[in-house]
Design a protein around this ligand. Structure first.
Ligand code: HEM
Length: 509
């Protein structure tokens, strides 16, 4: 009754009967208008600056946000070239993001966790409350395990990594007969190899051979991305409801439950080993247990940390290795050069010396330049208001990023930037792990990727082994299809791409 009276007071609506207001089309229209209103409103503080991406002043904001989902790189490029040397804003569906001008890179190189914080930006991006990653805000164990345990002992870890790669080649490679070519789903294969290696450094032998754990390692990042990409399409008020309906989130919780069970068993074994004076394997997990502060000791905390490393390590490394192999498959001249380099510097293919593979490293640098897993990187969250030297203010709470892909594809910086030309001077003279002002795939400054030293070695070993053991080429059905997709700032190799592979040495042509 009250609703009808209120409606009667609105001039145009008053002439309509109340049954129209409860009809599906009317409710649908109201929901749609609310959705557009949410899409049009900015949610995060931004640095003052122009907004990129509008095709005309008439284009509504909700359309610009929708276009950013599949054309983020196009919008970033247009902003970068139009507003050079000025920071600009891009409108993501869930938030506004300030793209800082590259001139600020030097000034912000040392910016610490209390000023511009990478972890807080990542947690915001993956909606940490719904992906069990919020805890990382107060738990930096997932970074310290890498910087304090993995990096200083990398040579010791490499022996285990080689062993795990060799094992994976035995059990995960398709079986080849004679000189037959086989079509191989390179994403699945590489995800499996990289997941095994990640399990090995995290849990050690023999726990890493638990197939359930390997599957969890493989699937967890995809679950997190699935939840994130779906939830970002909805206003925060609906997140608690929508989150309940996302299958990837059910899988995510199953992964967490299973990981807890297995980690508890491993921790029990460690206790027994410790009590009996037996040497425990040196792994990220043992380091985390031995160095846990009181708030990091619980099983939940250890498992969250473990899975946070997985999220950072597996998808990135397997995507980059896949991109690298696809580039090589289409440019066989480089395969010949790489094989020569591997053969000249290595006699034992079960134990590859990655340190001598400079041309391989150049190919990896070029792959990261063209196809970084994240196209606007590094990203940071402003923990407080920051005044830059020229007076520009980054407000507290702002989400800021640098334009990684526009910089690495800028013809003023790189000649023929779209071409895969691995032996460029800059690739041969600077290690892949050293970030540069137009080389931001591993991030920048004091918060750059801590796993990059391990990642490059791992990728080089896996690629060298593949190239020496197999002939590879692009499958004919993949030659005319699009190589990769951008979903917001994630670059993904087209999952339909296949490589053809066959055993080397059996070539009868
Ligand atoms: C080719 C592979 C990889 C790429 C391209 C990559 C890229 C990145 C980037 C861009 C960042 C953000 C850095 C910044 O904000 O300045 C990052 C952070 C990080 N990466 Fe990597 N990464 C890779 C492999 C790995 C591996 C193998 C590990 C673990 C062993 C790892 C662990 C981490 C961690 C723990 C962080 C910090 C995340 C945070 O602060 O929230 N990454 N990575």
């Amino acid at each position: 009754m009250k609703l009808q009276q209120a409606i009667d007071r609105v001039p145009l609506l008053g002439s309509l009967e109340s049954r129209y207001f409860f009809s599906a089309p009317f409710i649908g229209l109201v929901v749609f208008l609310c959705y557009l209103t949410w899409l049009s409103s900015a949610t995060t503080p931004v640095v003052k600056g122009p907004v990129a991406g509008y095709r005309s002043f008439l284009e509504p904001t909700f359309l610009v946000r929708l276009r950013f989902v599949f054309n983020a790189v196009g919008i970033m490029n247009s902003g970068y070239h139009k507003f050079k040397n000025t920071s600009f804003i891009v409108r993501r569906m869930d938030t506004d993001l300030t793209i800082l001008a590259p001139k600020y890179l030097e000034e912000l190189r040392k910016s610490g966790l209390d000023a511009l914080n990478a972890t807080h930006a990542n947690i915001h991006n993956v909606l940490g409350d719904y992906t069990n990653l919020t805890e990382m805000k107060h738990n930096d164990h997932f970074i310290k395990a890498i910087t304090h345990c993995l990096n200083p002992n990398i040579n010791e870890f490499m022996k285990h990594i080689q062993d795990e790669v060799n094992y994976s080649f035995k059990v995960d490679m398709p079986k080849f007969e004679g000189d037959e070519w086989k079509s191989v789903d390179i994403h699945i294969l590489l995800k499996r190899i990289i997941s095994r290696v990640s399990c090995r450094i995290m849990l050690g032998f023999p726990y890493c051979r638990n197939e359930t754990m390997v599957e969890i390692t493989e699937s967890h990042t995809i679950c997190i991305f699935g939840v994130t990409l779906i939830l970002r399409r909805f206003p925060p008020i609906l997140h608690p409801l929508v989150a309940l309906l996302i299958p990837q989130r059910w899988r995510m919780w199953r992964n967490i439950r299973e990981t807890k069970k297995m980690t508890q068993d491993i921790l029990d074994d460690y206790k027994v080993m410790k009590a009996s004076g037996e040497a425990r394997p040196k792994t990220l997990l043992t380091w985390m247990v031995d160095n846990a502060k009181p708030h990091q000791e619980s099983l939940h905390s250890l498992v969250s940390t473990q899975l946070a490393v997985t999220v950072a390590a597996v998808y990135t490394s397997s995507q980059v290795t896949s991109h690298l192999l696809v580039f090589l498959a289409t440019k066989p001249q480089y395969i010949a050069e790489l094989r020569q380099e591997i053969a000249e510097t290595n006699s034992d293919m079960e134990n590859i010396d990655h340190s001598k593979l400079q041309k391989m490293e150049a190919c990896l640098s070029e792959t990261l330049r063209i196809n970084p897993p994240q196209t606007n990187s590094p990203q940071r969250r402003a923990m407080r208001e920051i005044k830059l030297r020229d007076g520009v203010i980054i407000p507290k709470g702002a989400l800021v990023a640098f334009p990684a892909t526009p910089l690495s594809m800028d013809p003023a910086i790189y000649q023929d930037p779209t071409q895969f030309m691995p032996f460029r001077k800059e690739n041969l003279s600077v290690p892949a792990t050293t970030p540069g002002k137009s080389k931001l795939a591993f991030g920048w400054g004091v918060q750059a990727c801590p796993g990059r030293f391990f990642a490059t070695k791992e990728i080089k070993v896996v690629t060298a082994k593949l190239l020496m053991k197999y002939d590879i080429e692009l499958a004919p059905e993949s030659s005319s299809i699009r190589r990769c997709y951008d979903i917001e700032d994630l670059r993904i190799l087209n999952p339909s791409i296949r490589l053809r592979m066959r055993l080397r040495g059996s070539n009868t042509e």
